[in-house]
Ligand binder design. Structure first.
Ligand code: PBG
Length: 331
């Protein structure tokens, strides 16, 4: 019998150098995508109450923020609009306006920052008067195929204006295939699709809905007839399998931290570029606890980011990306 104890896993944990040397994964600036909220007009910087420290910017101010992103060498940003209520309609037609804030912003951002990855949201909720991600019938049910037809046009418009990645976040069936086919037919053969494949019907999205201005319109309704049931994991594999077959280049799981098990099984099974969205509610929890002095923001954020990597993520969409980029460097 061996003498107690020859195996001492603590040996490797003693020094900073040995901890770094035996670390199984790392987080780098190259793993980050920063989401931004955009409003019309100029010289605007609007606070979002439920997301302290995050703002909606008009394009002129957004470009200054993007300058910081580019300086820190963060690879990509994601854009979400907040449009005025008077522009919202039951069919979300403003989403297809060539002069709308997103198409104009895509064009301008790509012109000024050609080397920065630009990802755009394909969904109708910021544009509909009822706050749903698609068009609805008399019962309030979101109509799948009718919605997909509009999403296809929205994706084509974004690709045409220069978006590098179109990211359908709507959870309609069959939308990846329809968008991929349309992009190919349009000779947008290099436009990438990041599919929000496993997007759960989550209460962690509430602050985002304040940010894009859809919460009041959505009212008491929810998105359970199209976003996934938090109780399910096999279903996530089905969704991902479909999206890959339909032509997705990258996959996303959303929210992040409560769904690390889903990230893990998806990466293990499909080996695709896989991303987590550390969503608005996750941001708000960490930020508000930090503001109160209950948590150390830097340490908590770095711990969550490394957890995403350990679970199998290639990258993370996070509202913390700007500060995380600094913290990663001095870590
Ligand atoms: C909607 C969309 C949502 C988010 C991204 N796209 C919210 C929703 O489904 O209601 C959430 C992002 C976040 O909470 O940070 N198409």
């Amino acid at each position: 019998m061996k003498k107690f104890p020859f195996s001492r896993p603590r040996r490797n944990r003693l020094h900073d150098w040995s901890r770094r040397l035996t670390s199984e994964c790392t987080i780098s600036v190259g793993d980050l995508i920063l989401p931004f909220f955009l409003v019309d007009g100029s010289n605007k910087k609007q606070a979002i109450k439920s997301m302290p420290g995050i703002y909606r910017y008009s394009l002129d101010n957004l470009l200054k923020e993007i300058e910081k992103v580019a300086k820190k060498n963060i690879p990509a940003i994601a854009l979400f609009p907040n449009i005025e209520n008077i522009l919202k309609t039951p069919d979300g037609s403003e989403a297809l306006n060539y002069d709308g804030i997103i198409p104009k912003a895509i064009y301008k951002i790509k012109k000024e920052f050609p080397d920065l990855g630009l990802m755009t949201d394909i969904a109708l909720d910021p544009y509909t008067s009822h706050g749903q991600d698609g068009i609805i019938n008399d019962m309030g049910y979101v109509l799948n195929d009718e919605t997909v037809k509009i999403l296809k046009k929205q994706a084509l418009l974004h690709a045409e204006m220069g978006a590098d990645i179109v990211a359908p976040s709507d959870m309609m069936d069959g939308r990846i295939g329809v968008i991929r086919e349309a992009l190919e037919e349009n000779k947008n053969t290099l436009t990438k699709i990041m599919a929000y494949s496993a997007k759960y019907s989550s209460n962690f999205y509430n602050p985002f809905r304040e940010a894009v201005g859809s919460s009041a319109n959505l009212g008491k309704f929810d998105k359970q007839s199209y976003q996934m049931n938090p109780a399910n994991s096999d279903e996530a594999l089905i969704e991902v399998g479909l999206d890959i077959n339909e032509g997705a280049d990258m996959l996303m799981i959303k929210p992040g931290l409560p769904y690390l098990d889903i990230i893990h099984i998806i990466k293990k099974q499909f080996k695709m570029p896989t991303f987590a969205y550390q969503v608005s509610g996750e941001y708000s929890m960490i930020k508000s606890a930090s503001i109160n002095g209950f948590l150390d923001e830097k340490k908590i954020v770095l711990e969550t980011l490394i957890s995403f990597k350990r679970a199998g993520c290639d990258g993370v969409l996070t509202y913390f990306a700007l500060s995380a980029a600094d913290w990663i460097k001095d870590n």
